[in-house]
Write a protein that binds this ligand. Structure first.
Ligand SMILES: Cc1cc2nc3c(=O)[nH]c(=O)nc-3n(C[C@H](O)[C@H](O)[C@H](O)COP(=O)(O)OP(=O)(O)OC[C@H]3O[C@@H](n4cnc5c(N)ncnc54)[C@H](O)[C@@H]3O)c2cc1C
Length: 372
């Protein structure tokens, strides 16, 4: 393992609206540096997530509607090749490598720093979480689907089935929006969301952008055990919603959650071939975060996650987000995740890592290697 966690440097140029950030920084570090200047771009929704891994895999977050994927704001990457050479990749220099680094993950070398464009966003936005009793889950997910049918770029929101951190682990259905536009528009958007019904918890309102990206932090402690599955949905149909509701009702752990993320706005305004990361369709992603603490519960939690995923498969569309994949995915599925961009990525792999030294990842094998 190559540990970059001490490389946390951040250099913000507020006039040019640019940041250079070292590869050991987290999104908490990134937001702290940029929000001092009221600047931001799409980053991870949990502050401990690394800038490097998330960016190299694509990057989805609360600003995706406005700023696109994290890679859409990426301007350059400094990388060390397998031979120890330091290279810069951008539109002007090693452009093919830059294309591959925007989605191709850690397959080509060790990224040491990243340069991003920033936009004027924050320090305050409108957002937070509103949660309703689980009995209303199906209806609320339908309401969420209808809301997401017509969203301004400034409003990105996800929905979730989750457990309260009370003694009973009460099941809840929640909507988590972030509106980064004009405050009046943000307040109106919050009112529209809470109009669904009587909430069990209403945490919607003005919130700092940094706090918005720490909301989930307490729910994903480092020492828990995790198993993730995810897929893109063709549509958030009544059948798919029914599966989510039924499966969550019998979920074996009070720490597990299921997120429904929505893609719209700026992420759709690029062609799938423009960068290695190809997913540019409007729609939804399901993220099953199975989470428990006792190793004795491992098998039944993983079995539940796989069953939920299998039940959703007839409703899902091809493709996958490599950043949400667990370690047991087949190479065929990794290949599917890159769609038509896969052969081009393999050529890049042949050039930068022909011996597949960097293979403990969502691997793009060199073309000479057979795919399982
Ligand atoms: C709690 C949590 C919340 C998340 N939230 C989001 C979210 O909001 N949006 C989203 O899009 N994704 C999210 N993810 C998924 C996340 O993008 C991936 O797990 C990503 O791989 C994390 O990168 P990391 O640097 O934190 O992790 P690491 O474990 O350090 O890295 C993961 C992999 O990325 C590659 N990599 C990392 N750094 C480098 C580098 N410097 N050079 C080359 N390769 C490198 C390597 O293959 C490495 O094995 C989340 C994950 C977690 C665990």
């Amino acid at each position: 393992m190559i540990d970059l966690s001490l490389m946390k440097g951040t250099w913000v140029d507020p006039k040019r609206r640019r940041i250079r950030v070292q590869a050991g920084a987290t999104w908490g570090d990134f937001n702290r540096a940029t929000q001092m200047h009221g600047l931001a771009t799409t980053g991870g929704a949990v502050s401990s997530t690394g800038v490097a891994g998330l960016t190299l895999g694509g990057g989805f977050g609360f600003l995706s509607g406005k700023c696109g994927y994290t890679i859409d704001a990426l301007r350059s990457v400094e990388m060390i090749t397998v031979g120890g050479e330091v290279v810069e990749a951008s539109e002007d220099e090693n452009a093919e490598l830059f294309w591959g680094l925007r989605g191709g993950g850690g397959n080509f070398g060790i990224a040491t720093s990243f340069e991003f464009d920033l936009q004027k966003i924050g320090p305050m936005v409108h957002g937070g979480m509103v949660a309703f009793p689980f009995q209303a889950a199906a209806e609320m997910l339908g309401f969420y689907r209808d809301l997401t049918a017509d969203l301004p770029d400034e409003l990105t929101m996800l929905a979730g089935l989750t457990h309260a951190r009370d003694a009973a682990g009460t099941k809840l259905a929640a909507i988590v929006p972030c509106h980064c536009g004009a405050p009046d528009d943000g307040a109106a958007a919050m009112d529209q969301i809470r109009s669904f019904g009587t909430p069990a918890v209403d945490g919607l309102g003005p919130i700092s952008y940094s706090a918005m990206n720490q909301l989930f932090d307490p729910g994903v402690p480092k020492l828990d055990l995790y198993y993730w599955k995810s897929c893109f949905l063709k549509e958030l149909s009544a059948e798919a919603i029914g599966i989510l509701e039924e499966q969550f009702a019998c979920c074996p752990s009070r720490r597990t959650k299921i997120f429904v993320e929505h893609f719209h706005g700026a992420v759709l305004r690029r062609a799938p071939s423009e960068m290695a990361f190809p997913h540019r369709d409007e729609g939804y992603s399901i993220l099953i975060i199975t989470q428990w603490t006792d190793p004795a519960d491992t098998d039944r939690n993983i079995a539940w996650a796989r069953q939920t995923y299998d039940l959703l498969t007839p409703h899902s569309r091809e493709g996958a987000y490599t950043n949400y994949m667990d370690d047991d995915e087949t190479q065929a599925r990794v290949r599917q995740a890159f769609g038509d961009n896969f052969p081009r990525l393999q050529k890049l792999k042949d050039q930068y890592d022909p011996a597949n030294i960097f293979h403990r990842n969502q691997n793009i094998p060199p073309s000479a290697q057979k795919i399982r």
